[in-house]
Design a protein around this ligand. Structure first.
Ligand code: PAP
Length: 353
């Protein structure tokens, strides 16, 4: 085919080579499409503070936190339509804090009777990415007729969100639903986010510079940032309502996963019985959900989410302290100062290495 003769339409994007030849680009994956926003969202965007995006073109600040335009539309929709039930469990994270791992663990805990973790070959986690088993509140459930509505899910529902505490839908605050909040030290969260967003950016844009991304993360202009305000909101809520909100850190879960699997089961009202514990069920949950196990499954190596994101990008190294391979002593110092300033008085602390 002669590339320069390719027909041009408004639907397909084209790329012009230096030779003057024009080649069609494959359609952008769903998570990069920004042209199908609701009228409400399009009208709101121009009034919001704006920063360059990490994956899509821009981030917008809404109720104090930063979102890409598609994500913002989903936030608006779930704030307007989501009806929490008393029996709901919400898994809450800032992006790259261990969402995928938490989803797997809690799914395995609450479904352990129907799907015993040891019955390995029949477990849903072996053939589904955890994001497909625990849906986000802020997804296109309310407008996309191809996606089942959250209201059609049977109770008790297991759901997730990246929303900050102050922006949760009213019904979450007024119902007796439970929230598990998992966070991770800001250095590893930032490094994981930097790798993740570079994977998802259109390849022709190249990688984000580490320094510029670091500066933006520290200023709060990152996906669902400011990171520290996100953490503080849930930390304070957990002190006020310990029966409703449980705060865990990635670092403590990595150090002693069995302990936190037990804690999670207790908090969710389904503690492991002595017999279950003695039979090794807690160990089985930990093993099933381990980085080594999940990251090696076919579905997580080659599958894709409906948003077009490849499952493999949710599994990189899964370690505490990987930031040491990338961040300078000065960057660490900057992060520590911000953490002290924002969280110091609250009592919330991260283990750094
Ligand atoms: P999300 O918020 O976009 O869903 P999330 O799952 O929070 O992403 O972040 C992925 C991180 O969790 C990755 O960290 P890394 O970049 O530092 O490696 C990923 O490797 C890690 N992760 C994924 N699954 C597990 C797991 N089973 N155990 C421990 N860490 C995991």
């Amino acid at each position: 085919m002669t590339l320069s003769k390719a027909p041009i339409s408004s639907v397909i994007s084209y790329f012009m080579l230096t030779s003057g030849q024009v080649i069609p680009l494959p359609p952008a994956p769903k998570y990069l499409q920004e042209d199908d926003l609701t009228l409400e969202c399009r009208q709101l965007l121009p009034s919001l503070p704006r920063e360059p995006g990490w994956i899509a073109s821009s981030l917008y600040q809404y109720q104090g936190f930063w979102y890409a335009s598609r994500q913002l539309q989903e936030v608006l929709e779930c704030q307007q339509h989501f009806q929490a039930r008393d029996s709901d469990v919400l898994l809450v994270t800032t992006p790259k804090s261990g969402t995928t791992w938490l989803k797997a663990i809690v799914f395995a805990i609450v479904n352990r009777e129907a799907f015993p973790p040891a019955a390995a070959e029949h477990h849903p986690l072996l053939v589904n990415n955890p994001h497909d088993l625990v849906p986000f509140l802020e997804r296109k459930f309310y407008v996309d007729k191809n996606v089942p509505d959250l209201a059609s899910l049977a109770s008790p529902r297991l759901l997730s969100t990246h929303l900050p505490n102050s922006s949760l839908p009213e019904s979450v605050k007024s119902s007796a639903c439970k929230l598990v909040y998992l966070c991770r030290n800001p250095m590893d969260t930032f490094v994981s986010l930097w790798h993740f967003t570079n994977e998802l950016r259109p390849k022709n844009l190249g990688d984000h510079s580490l320094e510029d991304s670091f500066d933006r993360f520290c200023r709060g202009a990152s996906l669902c940032g400011p990171f520290w305000d996100h953490v503080l909101g849930y930390w304070e809520e957990s002190l006020e309502k310990p029966q409703k909100v449980l705060v865990l850190t990635y670092e403590e879960m990595k150090e002693n996963p069995n302990l936190y699997v037990r804690k999670l089961a207790e908090f969710l009202g389904c503690p492991f019985s002595q017999e279950e514990d003695a039979s090794g069920l807690v160990d089985e949950v930990v093993k099933l959900c381990s980085f080594g196990n999940l990251s090696n499954l076919e579905v997580n190596k080659n599958g894709k989410l409906s948003s077009g994101v490849e499952n493999r990008v949710f599994f990189r190294r899964g370690e505490v302290g990987d930031w040491k391979n990338l961040l300078t002593a000065e960057m660490l110092d900057t992060m520590e100062k911000i953490s002290e300033e924002k969280l110091g008085k609250s009592g919330m602390k991260f283990r750094v290495s």
